[in-house]
Write a protein that binds this ligand. Structure first.
Ligand SMILES: Cc1cc2nc3c(=O)[nH]c(=O)nc-3n(C[C@H](O)[C@H](O)[C@H](O)COP(=O)(O)OP(=O)(O)OC[C@H]3O[C@@H](n4cnc5c(N)ncnc54)[C@H](O)[C@@H]3O)c2cc1C
Length: 377
C-alpha cells in the first residue's frame, strides 16, 4: 500500500494536517512513538477525571476561524483561566489586577492602586541612579515595584529558571501588564475553553477514518525506507533528531509532574494555583477536575487528581517542552532549518520540528495553512 503522506507524530500539527489531507482525498498513515495519540494534549482518565498528562492545556484564541474549526469537532466548555498565587499561605488573584491590589494593600480605588504602584516604581528607579536595569530583578522592580515583585514574581521566576533573578537578563521581562479593573481572566483572547469530554475527543475526531499506528518510532522503523511507502513525509518530531544530531543538540526546558489522587471532591477549589515562594519546591499545583466541572458539579465526583509541576533542566530522555531561545540555540536551529529546506518531499511542522513554542490555536492554524498551500495550489 502506498500512502500519499506518512505523518510522523499525532499531536495537533500532525492530526490537523492529516484531517486536511483526508478532506482532499489523500491517503495518510500517522505514526506515533508514544502509546497514545494526541501529542502533548493527551489526557488520561483517572477517577473519571481527564488528567492533562503533559501539563495543563487551556485553549484560547482570538481567531474566530480556528475557534469555529475546533468547535465543529467538539463543543468547548466555559472554562476561564483565573489562576491564584499562594505566597507563604497568602492568596492573591492573578493576573495582576484590582483584586490583587486590594489583597496586597487594601486599596479600594483605581487612583489608590496607581499611586501605590507609582510610589514603588519611583523608589526602584531612584535606586538605579540613572542607569539601565542590569538584570531581571532590577527590571521588574522598575516595572511593578517591590511588593508585587517580591511576593508574586521573584521566587516563582527563580524556580522556573533555576537561577536568582539577579543573574537573569533584564530582557526576559519586557512588560508586566497591570490591569486596573477587577478581572481575573488570565487571557485577553475572546475565545477560551476546554473541549467537552477532553482533548482526546478533538484528536480522535480529527483522525477519524485515518490509519494510525502508536508505539511506532519513525527512527526505528521508517527513517531509511519511508519513500517506499509514501510520496511525502510530514515530520513533527525534533528537528535535530531528524538529522541525527549531526550539528549538535538543541537545548530545551522541561517540567516534571507528580500526580496523585486525593480522597476529597475538592482539594484547592481552582484549576491552577501558582506557588510563588521557595518554601514550596513546585511552581504550580493543578487540580484537573476544575477544567471540566464547575460549581456544585465538582462534588458529583468523590475524588480529585492533582499534579505538582516542577521546572527542570532538560536532559536527553526527558520531555522536550520549551525551546531555549538563546544565541547558541537560535543559530543552531537556523543551521538545521537550512538542512531541512533541502530535504525533498519533507514538510517539517509543529513545535518540535520548527524548534518554536506554539500555543494550540496557532499550531492548528499553521497546519491548516501548510495544508492549504499544498492542496489548493
Ligand atoms: C507544559 C506545556 C503546557 C502547555 N499549555 C498550553 C496551553 O495551556 N494552551 C495552549 O494553547 N498551548 C499549550 N501548550 C502548547 C501545546 O502543547 C502545543 O501547541 C502543541 O502540543 C503543539 O502540537 P505539535 O503537534 O506541534 O506537538 P506535539 O503535541 O508535541 O506532537 C508531536 C508528536 O510527535 C511525536 N513524535 C516525536 N518524534 C517521533 C518519532 N520519532 N516517531 C513517531 N512520533 C514521534 C511525539 O510523541 C508527539 O506525540 C503547552 C505546552 C507545554 C509544553
Amino acid at each position: 500500500m502506498k500512502y500519499d503522506y506518512l505523518i510522523v507524530g499525532s499531536g495537533l500539527f500532525g492530526a490537523t494536517f492529516a484531517y486536511c489531507a483526508r478532506q482532499t482525498g489523500k491517503h495518510c498513515l500517522v505514526i506515533e512513538k508514544r502509546p497514545h495519540l494526541g501529542g502533548n494534549t493527551y489526557c488520561e482518565k483517572i477517577e473519571g477525571i481527564n488528567v492533562h498528562k503533559y501539563g495543563a492545556h487551556i485553549f484560547h484564541t482570538n481567531n474566530k476561524e480556528i475557534w469555529d474549526f475546533v468547535n465543529s469537532f467538539v463543543p468547548f466548555n466555559r472554562y476561564t483561566n483565573c489562576p491564584i498565587a499562594n505566597y507563604h499561605g497568602e492568596l492573591y488573584n492573578l493576573p495582576f489586577n484590582m483584586n490583587t491590589f486590594t489583597q496586597l494593600w487594601g486599596v479600594r480605588t483605581i487612583e489608590e492602586a496607581k499611586a501605590k504602584i507609582d510610589e514603588q516604581r519611583a523608589e526602584a528607579l531612584t535606586s538605579l541612579n540613572g542607569r539601565e536595569p542590569a538584570n531581571l530583578e532590577e527590571q521588574a522592580l522598575c516595572l511593578v515595584g517591590k511588593d508585587i515583585f517580591y511576593k508574586l514574581i521573584k521566587e516563582y521566576t527563580e524556580k522556573q529558571w533555576g537561577r536568582p533573578c539577579t543573574e537573569l537578563p533584564a530582557f526576559i521581562i519586557r512588560r508586566l501588564p497591570l490591569r486596573f479593573v477587577f478581572d481575573n481572566n488570565y487571557f485577553n483572547d475572546p475565545y477560551q475553553g476546554i473541549p467537552i469530554g477532553g482533548y482526546n475527543v478533538l484528536i480522535n475526531k480529527l483522525l477519524e477514518g485515518i490509519e494510525t499506528n502508536t508505539n511506532c518510532d519513525f527512527f526505528g522503523e521508517f527513517k531509511d525506507s519511508w519513500r517506499e511507502i509514501a510520496d511525502q513525509l510530514v515530520y513533527t518530531g525534533p528537528l535535530d533528531e531528524y538529522f541525527n544530531f549531526r550539528l549538535g543538540r538543541l537545548d530545551w526546558r522541561t517540567v516534571t509532574f507528580k500526580t496523585r489522587v486525593e480522597n476529597t471532591p475538592n482539594y484547592q477549589g481552582n484549576a491552577v494555583i501558582n506557588y510563588t515562594s521557595h518554601d514550596a519546591p513546585y511552581t504550580r499545583v493543578i487540580e484537573h477536575k476544575h477544567f471540566e466541572m464547575f460549581g456544585q458539579a465538582v462534588y458529583n465526583c468523590p475524588k480529585t487528581v492533582v499534579s505538582e509541576e516542577y521546572s527542570a533542566e532538560y536532559k536527553p530522555g526527558m520531555e522536550q517542552f520549551y525551546p531555549v531561545n538563546d544565541e547558541r540555540n537560535n543559530a543552531l536551529a537556523d543551521q538545521y532549518r537550512e538542512l531541512a529546506a533541502k530535504e525533498e518531499n519533507v514538510i517539517f511542522g509543529g513545535r518540535l520540528a520548527e524548534y518554536k513554542y506554539y500555543d494550540m490555536a496557532p499550531v492548528i492554524e499553521k497546519a491548516i495553512k501548510t495544508a492549504n498551500i499544498i492542496f489548493l495550489r
